[in-house]
Design a protein around this ligand. Structure first.
Ligand code: ADP
Ligand code: MG
Length: 637
């Protein structure tokens, strides 16, 4: 019969603490159980037990102070139908008083905090959010009205009992516990007693925790048949191992079922959706290692945070080393979850050594190639599924074009863009295949608004000539694409470059005489706008609009300037655009006809301001703009 653990507590040393506000918030959610999938509490507790065993395992292998510890890692789950309790014990690292306050009274993880800040108060929406999120220890309050944590830290003498009924407070008292490790006891709510059934718990463990590297045991009641007719059959309690405890990544691919991969993914990622694909590799030869990578279906909450939680865990010969090393894969693959298990690394590698380690570098390079290669295969084999991936992670993947020169070609084969000529997204390969015979370059336009881009004066000639333009409306594009320069030997050029390819130029040029007349306008406008623009030129790219802004080949364009500002570069030199004018526009014809050059004083600014607007820029002096505009509206009426 299980003893009530609080009998161990020494009452007079009990201390009451308040939970951090965020914890109270989270507990509130748990208790009102937004989350329908309550059984995952067990996955969370087992995963914590497994982490605690990992930590101690590592110390016994690397730290002299722990080397003599008798340590046979084990997790045990006990169901007690008399007290309506479920308890889970591990002989892992354990916690002292400070650890308890730190770990079970606050939320340190930024991911959790940002999760909480995203909650809307709308129960339906919030439960969807919570489903995508690893909820940790506190999830146990979905099924328990009260929780006790009896724990003793390895190599320390004092044990502690943490207890809480989730009402904003918890107690910590000194307690007695024979061995190091932790026992967590859940006093189940009256309507959650299904979690006392052996077969229910066994099924949950098999589903979520089959492949944690440690053995999980339960007490199973077995009926022993009677020896002869006179005696009744007897019942006996036997301790049985419930999970396989075989690190999945070390097993042979052919022996692993899809379901097992999926369950393993959910266990390491805390994601309740299935992964999009997985890549399982065993490398033999000079450097031996195993990797198992997963591409998720949904975006993790912290994907665009600097302090994101890396998704890849490092093991050395099946011993867990770290899950907090961002250098294991490049940042643009930070959505990948999984495991790297290296054979030839020392167990006690320091962080500094990790980051410069030649073996890890080799594994990293091979892994990146492998992952990009598999994505390419997916793109070729299952375009729809690839598109699903791309919509979720394409933005992050593109970041790779910025720094990973080694894999530039592979990345260029993976990125997709919107197009002036087609629905949906196109690849550079598809663009090239559809290029006109005499077309020399791949053209793109950058900006933040797809509609502005589609209607931009900058692409009027391209449209007239039926030349495709890629519409780059993601912020990252403005930084990344100018770095690329070419794809498969074809130059990639922005449409707002002051140099323009011959094939785009407007064919029916204006006559020499008209051009001479137009020079008078040009000179005047240049004088009027001399503080605002670098130059004023006749445009050969416009057909409908009177004016457009372009940039000198070596100047950053507006989008790039905005990006640089956002990245904290405030003292950029002021870059002036070049104003190009459509000499055939009727505005200019009328000015010349009436010889009304005085009107240019206003019109020059109207031409500049509308070009700015078309590019998504702000006008500095809106009052003057409106005044000038209204003056000409009144004139026209
Ligand atoms: P996470 O596991 O993601 O850190 P949890 O909410 O699941 O978040 O757990 C919070 C912390 O509590 C853990 O990081 C760990 O330090 C501590 N903890 C929880 N369970 C145990 C345990 N069985 N043994 C030792 N420490 C534990
Ligand atoms: Mg946890």
């Amino acid at each position: 019969m299980a003893k009530k653990s609080n009998e161990n507590a020494t009452e007079n040393l009990s201390n009451t603490h308040k939970f951090q506000t965020e914890v109270t918030q989270l507990l509130d959610l748990m208790i009102h159980s937004l989350y329908s999938n309550k059984e995952i509490f067990l996955r969370e507790l087992i995963s914590n037990a497994s982490d605690a065993l990992d930590k101690l395992n590592y110390l016994t292998l690397t730290d002299d102070a722990y080397k003599n510890l008798a340590f046979k890692p084990k997790i045990k789950i006990i169901l007690n139908k008399e007290n309506n309790t479920l308890s889970i014990s591990d002989n892992g690292i354990g916690m002292n008083e400070e650890d308890l306050i730190e770990n079970l009274g606050t939320i340190a993880k930024s991911g959790t905090k940002s999760f909480l800040s995203q909650l809307s108060g709308d129960k339906k929406k919030d439960s969807l959010l919570i489903g995508q999120f690893g909820v940790g220890f506190y999830s146990a309050f979905m099924v328990a009205k009260k929780i006790e944590v009896l724990t003793k830290k390895a190599n320390e003498d004092q044990a502690y009992l943490w207890s809480s009924e989730a009402s904003g407070e918890y107690d910590i008292a000194q307690a007695k516990k024979e061995d190091f490790g932790t026992t967590i006891t859940l006093y189940l709510k009256d309507d959650e007693l299904e979690f006392l059934e052996y077969y229910r718990i066994e099924a949950i463990i098999k589903k979520y925790s089959n492949h944690i590297p440690f053995e999980i045991y339960m007490d199973k009641e077995e009926t022993i048949p009677a020896k002869d007719d006179k005696e009744e059959p007897t019942k006996e309690i036997k301790e049985v191992q419930v999970n396989r405890a075989s690190a999945l990544w070390t097993m042979n691919k052919s022996s692993i079922k899809d379901e097992e991969y999926k369950d393993f993914y959910q266990q390491i990622s805390h994601d309740s959706t299935d992964p999009l694909l997985w890549i399982h590799t065993r490398a033999e030869g000079t450097i031996e290692y195993k990797t198992l990578f997963f591409i998720p279906t949904t975006q993790p909450m912290d994907l665009f945070r600097v302090d994101y939680q890396p998704g890849v865990k490092l093991y050395v010969k099946r011993v867990f080393i770290t899950d907090d090393e961002k250098e294991l894969l490049p940042t643009y693959l930070r959505f990948v979850k999984g495991i790297i298990d290296a054979e030839d690394l020392p167990l006690n590698v320091s962080r500094e050594i990790l980051q410069q380690n030649r073996i890890l570098e080799t594994i990293k390079r091979a892994s990146v190639k492998k992952i990009l290669g598999e994505l390419k295969k997916l793109k070729e084999k299952d375009a729809e599924k690839y598109l699903e991936f791309y919509k979720t992670f394409g933005r992050v993947l593109k970041e790779g074009l910025y720094g990973d020169f080694e894999n530039k070609e592979a990345l260029l084969d993976l990125v997709l863009f919107k197009s002036s000529k087609r629905e949906g997204l196109v690849s550079l390969k598809e663009y090239k295949e559809a290029m006109q015979e005499d077309q020399k370059s791949i053209y793109y336009i950058t900006g933040q608004n797809e509609v502005l881009l589609r209607n931009s004066p900058l692409i009027e000639q391209f449209k007239a000539k039926d030349i495709e333009v890629l519409l780059l409306d993601e912020e990252v594009d403005a930084i990344v694409i100018p770095m690329v320069q070419e794809y498969d030997k074809t130059p990639i050029k922005p449409v707002n470059n002051s140099d323009i390819d011959e094939e785009i130029k407007e064919e029916d040029k204006i006559s020499e005489e008209d051009e001479k007349n137009f020079q008078q306008i040009l000179v005047k406008i240049k004088e009027i706008l001399k503080d605002d623009v670098k130059d004023v030129k006749i445009s050969s790219r416009l057909s409908d609009s009177p004016s457009v802004l372009v940039y000198d080949k070596n100047d950053p364009d507006f989008q790039m300037q905005e990006m640089l500002k956002q990245m904290g570069q405030d003292n950029l030199p002021k870059v002036k655009p070049i104003l190009e004018l459509n000499a055939k526009h009727e505005i200019f014809a009328k000015i010349l006809e009436k010889e009304d050059f005085a009107a240019l004083q206003d019109i020059a600014f109207l031409l500049l301001d509308q070009a700015k607007l078309a590019e998504g820029m702000k006008i500095d002096d809106i009052a003057s703009f409106a005044k000038r505009l209204n003056k000409y509206i009144a004139k026209a009426l």
